[in-house]
Design a protein around this ligand. Sequence first.
Ligand code: BTN
Length: 327
Amino acid sequence: MNIKRTLLNTLAEAGGRFVSGAAIAEKLGVSRNAVWKTVKALEADGYIIESITSKGYRLSEASNRLSADLITPLLDTKKLGCEIQVFDEIDSTNNYAKILTSQGSPHGTVIISDRQTEGRGRMGRNFVSPSGTGIYMSLILRPEYGLDCAPLMTSAAACGVAEAIEEMCGSRVMIKWVNDIYIRGKKISGILTEASLGLEMKILDFAVIGIGINVRSVKGKFDDELSQIASSIEDETGAILDRNVLCAKILNKLEKYLDMVESKAFLDEYRSRELLTGNVITSNVGGEILKGIAMGIDDNANLIMKLPNGQLKKLGSGEANLTRITE
Ligand code: BTN
């Protein structure tokens, strides 16, 4: 038995309540002195554990340290999170996840980092990933469905991320087609899906879904240009969320929504959160700028745009860079 991990699990499961030293000692089958020594060892690892003589120990909210041991007990998934690797720093969790796929890592493997030095966004952009504030997470998926379902995975994942954040912060969370998550008009999360085709080109060999979420305040961490469009859950709602609890909730929701990809049952939820629909937008498709009205999302998660001549144009996820225009 790894006593440190078991003690951490016990405190995480208590959900912010105190657990007495005697109860922990009994559960772990060790002396109260051994419990105390293990608490000190965890504190040396960076966890903040409050202790009150009459009440016992509890994991402080101020701890704010990402840990697989604090995420795993909160999962109710069958496969997602079967293996979780957490890093203090990495170049990009998507890059590392892709390396792991070549080593045979199973469906459901999750990579999380506190900081990324080369976080990547869509369209070759970078994704600013400072430490202590965000969740930078990649999932390895080896889906059994056909290629036609692949574009729907990101949209289903966006529903899961949005629902998890909304349940935790209490504010309405929207999705900007195709995969940006917004609160109060600011982007607080983005998703980058990268996939590899099987040899027969009819199935996905693997997909890596990378999710970046700005959780704690990013004030002073983004430059002026980025601050105009991006923000964090804390800055927009005041909610100071525990990143481990949010990671677990997101994985729980992702499994639920990714299971709906083939049936497309997630699309109503997606449509109810989509924020471009009904707005005047411009789209940049391969350098051609078009202006029109976003009419809604079709059954393949394409955005339907109405051009000034009445023509309906279908935009696929990879091909459009959209701006909402306020008129
Ligand atoms: C976007 O907004 O354009 C997508 C951003 C995706 C960022 C995440 S953070 C975890 C994973 N690793 C990366 O390098 N990118 C994704």
